[in-house]
Design a protein around this ligand. Structure first.
Ligand SMILES: C[S@@+](CC[C@H](N)C(=O)[O-])C[C@H]1O[C@@H](n2cnc3c(N)ncnc32)[C@H](O)[C@@H]1O
Length: 328
């Protein structure tokens, strides 16, 4: 049977609309499947930006097993792709592509291991996916505003916001040199150019035709070292962060940075702060809330967004806080 014929069969059998969309979303960012997949390994995004060799191999073996368990004749095309994948070099980095509701996508280079090179910042974490989904439903917080993201990691949330919410300025930041390099690469991979230092300082907007483009920069910003003056110079209106409350030491320095950011707003400008966290350990998470309290900050839990379109473990508890200065 040809691939086209199989594709038609699957369309009829599984109803291509939602199901194919689900398969693509799972496959392109390396998530497990619970049903028979198609429109994946030959997807143009997969061919241009291949997921890890290990993931593609497992996927194809499972696909072949499930397909042949229906009694169908072996499909040469699947074995050809499997041979190609088996011959490919196994690398410690891979591509993951995240499909957006607009039809656009964000492709990232991520490490295969979740912790590598002494950092957690080389992969995308669940809280980043959740924050990105929330942002698409809440564009009003980002449109024409100047956003500072703390601990950006691989850059998923920021790239989704830049592609979907038209911010005026987006400042990615992190402290780790490998993470900062991967962030720059990922931003460029998605078709953006980075602002120069001079452009950052003078806050120049890129204007192409009549369309204003988001000014994007990557900043080395270590919560342990950054001063109030440095934060003041960034002139951010909105602060976001995801999965940064996972370690007691980090929690203290992160909360202090938030307090410093609020101190920059003595002139009455309004600062919006959103922090999305996976609650792995309730003691650690409570410590985060307690530390915010010690720093003179209060929070409200933001209601969950409605549409889930990135595949992630929905059993893990993710919570987003809107953080503000306590009223005296
Ligand atoms: C668990 S990762 C989360 C990355 C990304 N926000 C996500 O959710 O996918 C934590 C990030 O915080 C960064 N980080 C940890 N300590 C930091 C510090 N003192 N200053 C700045 N960034 C820090 C790490 O480099 C890493 O990128």
């Amino acid at each position: 049977m040809s691939a086209a014929a199989l594709s038609t069969t699957c369309t009829v059998e599984f109803g291509l609309g939602n199901l194919a969309g689900t398969f693509q979303r799972h496959f392109l960012c390396c998530r497990r499947f619970s049903a028979f997949p198609w429109h994946t390994i030959l997807h143009p995004l997969c061919q241009k930006y291949p997921p890890s060799q290990q993931y593609r191999k497992q996927f194809l073996l499972e696909l072949i097993k499930k397909y042949e368990s229906t009694g169908a004749d072996p499909l040469d095309e699947l074995y050809d792709v499997l041979a190609e994948v088996l011959n490919a070099e196994e690398t410690y980095k891979c591509h993951k592509s995240y499909l957006l509701p607009s039809g656009d996508s964000v492709t990232l280079i991520e490490n295969v291991a979740i912790i590598s090179e002494g950092t957690t910042g080389l992969v995308t974490w669940e809280a980043a996916l959740s924050l990105a989904e929330w942002s698409i439903e809440n564009k009003v917080y980002f449109k024409n505003r100047s956003i500072l993201e703390l601990g950006s990691g691989a850059g998923l949330t920021g790239l989704v916001i830049c592609k979907s919410c038209s911010p005026r300025k987006y400042m990615f930041s992190d402290c780790h040199s490998r993470v900062l390099q991967q962030l720059r690469d990922n931003i460029q991979l998605n078709g953006y150019s980075l602002n120069t230092e001079q452009e950052n300082q003078t806050n120049i907007l890129k204007e192409i035709g009549n369309e204003k483009k988001t000014a994007i920069s990557v900043i080395e910003l270590n919560w342990e070292l950054v001063t109030e003056q440095q934060l003041q110079n960034l002139q951010a209106d909105v602060i976001i962060a995801s999965d940064v409350a996972y370690d007691p030491e980090i929690i203290v320095s992160f909360s202090k940075v938030l307090r410093k950011l609020f101190n920059c707003f003595k002139d009455g400008r309004n600062l919006e702060v959103f922090v999305s966290s996976t609650i792995r350990n309730s003691e650690t998470y409570n410590l985060f809330k307690k530390t915010l309290d010690i720093e003179g900050l209060m929070w409200q839990v933001v209601p969950d967004h409605k549409k889930i379109f990135f595949p992630y473990d929905t059993h893990c508890k993710i919570e987003m806080l809107n953080i503000a200065l306590k009223v005296k």
